[in-house]
Ligand binder design. Structure first.
Ligand code: DGL
Length: 268
């Protein structure tokens, strides 16, 4: 049993989709959330830069006496998880393995699509894991960079979102996939639009939900679960002006985020 908080970080607000699932599944756990809002997007940056940023986020969270870290950002998970696990003495979990494993369990025709940022898709992190564990699979990755700004504008249920999704997802439809990994923090917010374009025969995998489940298993295995049943407390930190985070983040969490502290992440 361990009542210290879990640390969660992302390149910005998107990781709140992961926090949402953690709050739902592990309502007694306290969480310290860091959103690197000054340096978003991670999805267009080099591996070296994302490693530098992710390590700074981890160093910040370690100052908060946390018991484990969830890398909520798909790009950071894809590009830095191995390096992070090798460099820090704390359990660190990412979103790729839980998302990929759920896709493997879901597919019947072994044709899986993966959508994400350019960094995530080009890293092949999802594709490699799925192909390794399911060698007969065909895995097609498509980057959908416009989905992030569409969600941040609050346009997820508009014609703009639908037409953009049609354009990006056409190739996946032609491949007749039966499972699609929404491999970016923002995409679960677009799931109705994505589902409408792909049709009912395609199962959408939400790595945010799968990661919350994997976090629960990790805490249980390591004896790190809190003894509280509910009433988890949440602290929020960002690297840029908290206002945008408060506004969009509040919509994602469906509750008001009252206290958000700005920190200087560059110095860590
Ligand atoms: N959080 C990022 C991800 O899940 C999306 C936004 C960004 O590019 O930083 O990949």
């Amino acid at each position: 049993m361990d009542n210290r908080p879990i640390g969660v970080f992302d390149s910005g607000i998107g990781g709140l989709t992961v926090l949402n699932e953690i709050m739902e599944l592990l309502p007694g756990e306290d969480v310290v959330y860091f959103g690197d809002t000054a340096r978003i997007p991670y999805g267009t940056r080099s591996k070296e830069t994302v490693i530098k940023y992710a390590f700074q986020c981890i160093r910040f969270l370690l100052k908060k006496d946390i018991k484990a870290i969830v890398v909520a950002c798909n790009t950071a998970s894809a590009l830095t998880l191995k390096e992070a696990q090798a460099n820090f003495q704390i359990p660190i979990i990412g979103v790729i393995e839980p998302g990929a494993d759920a896709a493997i369990s879901s597919t019947k025709n072994n044709k899986v699509g993966v959508i994400g940022t350019t960094g995530t898709v080009n890293s092949e992190a999802y594709q490699r894991r799925i192909r390794r564990l399911l060698p007969s699979s065909e895995v097609i990755g498509v980057s959908c960079p416009l989905f992030v700004p569409i969600v941040e504008e609050g346009w997820e249920d508009t014609d703009i979102a639908f037409l953009t999704a049609e354009k990006y997802l056409q190739e996946l439809k032609e491949h007749n996939i039966d499972t699609l990994v929404m491999g970016c923090t923002h995409y679960p917010i677009l799931r109705y639009t994505i589902g409408k374009v792909m049709g009912e025969s395609v199962n959408l995998i939400n790595p945010a939900f799968e990661t919350a489940k994997a976090t629960m298993v990790l805490l249980e295995e390591k004896g790190l679960k809190t003894d509280k049943i509910d009433g988890g407390k949440y602290e929020f930190y960002v690297s840029d002006d908290p206002e945008k985070f408060r506004r969009i983040g509040g919509n994602i969490l469906r509750k008001e985020i009252s206290t958000i502290e700005q920190v200087n992440i560059e110095q860590l």
